[in-house]
Design a protein around this ligand. Sequence first.
Ligand SMILES: C[S@@+](CC[C@H](N)C(=O)[O-])C[C@H]1O[C@@H](n2cnc3c(N)ncnc32)[C@H](O)[C@@H]1O
Length: 275
Amino acid sequence: MELDPLAFQGTAEYYSIGRPPYSDQIVDTMTRELSLDGAGQLLDVGCGPGVLELDLAGLFDQTVALDPELGMLQEGRRRCTQAGVENVRWVLGVAEDIPGLGLEACRVVTFGQSFHRVRRMEVAEVIYDLLEPGGSMVLISNAVDGRPRPDGPGYPSIPNTPVMDLIVAYLGEGTRQYFATWNEGQPARFEDTLLKTRFDGSRTVYAPGRPDLIRDIDTVVANYFSLSYAAARLFGDRRDEFESELRGLLREHSPLGLFWVWPGDTEFVIATKQD
Ligand SMILES: C[S@@+](CC[C@H](N)C(=O)[O-])C[C@H]1O[C@@H](n2cnc3c(N)ncnc32)[C@H](O)[C@@H]1O
């Protein structure tokens, strides 16, 4: 099954507020692993609300941020302008459109939690053609499985299972199948996909995730509404009813209204084009 490239419609502001950040060592890790020196072009595919631009645009001469959702590009531009990040060009489109965009060769192409949303083999080959010799494609995501879980600051974790049951009660059982159907026929690991492309493999490094994120109920609710399968618009005229039940459930699990969130370590799957 192919994914709807507009699945994130209406989620941009919730995304900025609710999604936990990547490692605070993302800049150091990228600089070290890719021997960056401030030159060259970065293309960030599926940029969302400028998440990676805020951290990484300063490591390059110029950055192109690509996303099919206009609201994401507008929110990304707003956040970067506010932060004084000015070397970003915001482009509306999907990864599969890249060959027709007339982009200059890139030193680095990033996908921040977005490679799973594209036609992976096809897009990896497109990126291979776009990279400078020696340039790299970097797939960045949060990794929980197999990573050492740090000690938390003592607040409860978000009750994901009952919240998922609540979402399903409103949106139907199909919500649970969302990821399963969509990954059908794809290798489970990005590394295995990359082995079948001209990159002929990849290497994976990790930067420590943030161990001390404490989120209030507003932020947790925003995070749920930022998910493509639980986007606020999907609840239609029952949105307020859902939100009120969600808030009640969260309060039951944390009378103080605070939760510890460990997003996992930040994973970088790096595939480099040979010189
Ligand atoms: C989970 S968000 C990731 C946002 C951000 N990169 C991050 O690291 O948090 C996935 C993004 O991919 C975008 N997207 C979906 N399908 C896409 C496609 N075919 N090509 C490029 N981007 C796509 C969505 O609009 C969304 O903004």
